[in-house]
Ligand binder design. Sequence first.
Ligand code: GAL
Length: 357
Amino acid sequence: MVICGGLKIKNYLGRCLRYLASIAVAAALLAGLSGCAQETEDVGNPRKVKIGVTLYDQYDTFLTLLMDCLHREVEDNVELVIYNASQSQQTQNSQVKKMIEDGCDVICVNLVDRTDPTAVIDAARKADVPIIFFNRELVEGDISRWNKLFYVGADAAESGIMQGEMAAVTCLTDKSIDKNGDGAIQYVVLEGEAGHQDAIVRTEYCVETLMKKGVAVDKLGNSIANWNRAQAQTKVAQMIDSGSDAIELILANNDDMALGAIDAYEAYEIKKSDWPAIFGIDGTEVGLEAVRDDKMVGTVYNDKEGQAHAIYRLSMALAGGGSIEDVEDEFTVTDGKYIRLHYDKITAANINKYLGN
Ligand code: GAL
């Protein structure tokens, strides 16, 4: 007990000192890093904190929404610069170098290739610029390579379990889902990118949860559609063409792919009562509308507001010379490196809470 108390006080004092240090550094930044503010020409026009961001693909729906949330966080004394890496790791590496040259205080990286962060880490470390990776999680061995590397995202397993639980409730309570009445649910998984942590983990945990809940399942196929609505529509159309009218359940790793599946059924003018039960993940605006309109049975909310807020607060703490401990009042920090926001289940029962968010 005494030791715990002592540790707490030590932590508290440590936090206070870090807090004071971060205020001092922020003040130095605001004073243009040139000593006394009164002596510079920049009085009243202090140097802005500069946050650089690079996205694996700016056309990704969820990331677009996440960036909208991040823009809303930005205060007057902060400049936010966002780059699109257009799915090229090489382009992203050059963007990181450019952001370092441009004097970014912190760089937020949505890796193109989550297994290849070496060039980004090396460049940032050399220039002593902290990096917040987000949404596309690098492996543990890489994040431990330097003490100024962090990750903001969500727990992929949680979203898979939630999707599986919602699908299980539907399959167990609505007997019309088992269209051919064979006692098993014929299902298809629409997967995001190969090798993406959310695609791998969501798929695994969703199907495992469904089975654990007592739903007899029969896998008709897995198809990779790269988080993309048009690709998912094409894939599902091919399945319908090849006579897979037996699909009873579609588990999509994200809303855009679930919407692509809906597009395919609508394009074939298949009547709604013959559609499979379709589930997504993200809770994008269009995804929520599909739940409201009873085209998608459920989705899982990927907390874009929470993730944007965590990215911003951590950026400001790091830019001011502080550490991830400075945001522990608001976020749960794991291993001194990770902030993961929670997901939430969305069905017709609670859709109104999310619509208009
Ligand atoms: C996932 C999200 C997908 C896609 C992907 C990109 O978390 O659910 O829709 O945005 O990230 O990395």
